[in-house]
Design a protein around this ligand. Sequence first.
Ligand SMILES: Cc1cc2nc3c(=O)[nH]c(=O)nc-3n(C[C@H](O)[C@H](O)[C@H](O)COP(=O)(O)O)c2cc1C
Ligand SMILES: [Mn+2]
Length: 476
Amino acid sequence: MFEDTRDFIEALRSTGDLVEVDNEVSWDLELGAIARLACERDGPAVWFKRIADYPKDVTVFVNPVATWRRIALAFGLKPTSSVKEIYQAYEKREGKLIPPVEVKDGPCKEVVVEGSQIDLFQFPSPMLHEGDGGRYLGTWDLVVSREPTTNWVNWGTYRFMVYDSLHLTGFPRPTSHLGKVFQEHYIPKGRPMPIALVIGADPLSHLAAGATYRIGGDETSLAGGLRGKPVELVRCQTSDLFVPARAEIVIEGEVLPDRVGLEGPYGEYPGYRTGEMGNGILTRVTAVTHRRNPILTVDATGYKDNSSTSTSLSGALAIKRRLERHGVPVVDVYVPPEGAIHTAVISVQYGGREMGRKTLEVLTSRRALLSKIFMVDTDIDLYDMGKVIHAFSTKCHPAHGIHTIHYEGRGNTLTPCYSQGERALQKGATVLFDCTWPGEWSREWEVPVKATFDSIFSESLRQKILKDWKSYGFKS
Ligand SMILES: Cc1cc2nc3c(=O)[nH]c(=O)nc-3n(C[C@H](O)[C@H](O)[C@H](O)COP(=O)(O)O)c2cc1C
Ligand SMILES: [Mn+2]
């Protein structure tokens, strides 16, 4: 199991999942463009060693887990593991929480910068996309905060832009756990909220921070569970928050209750820039600590980025749990990374109109991030989108198999197909494509007979053909 970003980089190097760039590149769009293309080509992670205007001892590591190979490696699985195997590993470990342990000191304290010495421009925060509102220091980060009455600690991944040398401005959505705690517990009392922005922790701690997880849930123990080993935490310099001891960079600060800082726009995870500059939470930095030769970790946000794969796992499991709680006979859920977390595939023991409506209601009753759902029978491999498209094309009735639900006040404001008016009202809709056979059709004579290799030939014939396959001249 990886203890930090450096261990993980070594592993990626040994499996050929890393490119190390020695050419000098600019933090101003050039790095972002290279990193974007690497994602779109399912390319390796990128470690930039020379950033223009910056000393050699600070480097940038981009797209740690943007492919299934790298997600598998982060879990300690073979890089060739199937998506299903990765899902199963996540599901199994997610159920065994392991609380963190506190340590006195850690590498993240090798260099401590406080007071008038603080200068956020010491890090080569990239200008990632043309038209972004500024340079982003927090993209692949882990943000620690605390609810002051119960002391519940929350980890989340939220973007943070450099506002000036001493301030960050961030975009936790109002519905995020940090957003809710800030609004309910700090703004009304006029108290600043301590936070710590952790950059470059071990890969599974980052997965836990970005995970879709229940309110009140402890992501530090989730990280321990995913790792199979507790996370080691060390106390902050200027607050009593605790951070992963082997992190590369920690920015300690407090969110000001009576100020906002203009933030964005940004090339967001759906792969579009949809918003304008808006009010972000303004954070005054109180200390910066880092390892020697700090590595700034970055997510080249957009089509097939790190959030596509990581949320594919935790998001699918959260959907499955929710459907189970509400009595939907769900078997498996897949959130394809290409779907930008707007699409889910759900296999059910039996579908039909009632089940379609129920699924839509359950999955949109709170935050409605999904806008497209494919409901399929269990005979197809739902991790194979080719099979899903086949089921959709052949089994979804264009008049009776499409169900839509409309809502207001909980739609996803980042869904590109919504108008500005809809976004302002958080208005939206979710469609479900029922790709299952109608329950009332007789299985004996009404349901069409599936005519694939696996389903239409006898067991003995299939066995013979598989045994002799290579002898016919096939290579694989
Ligand atoms: C790379 C990445 C970037 C993200 N950026 C944001 C963001 O800027 N704002 C936000 O509200 N959620 C963002 N998310 C989603 C949250 O991290 C996710 O909803 C997580 O569950 C938040 O934790 P919470 O449930 O404790 O609030 C991002 C996720 C990832 C993986
Ligand atoms: Mn949370």
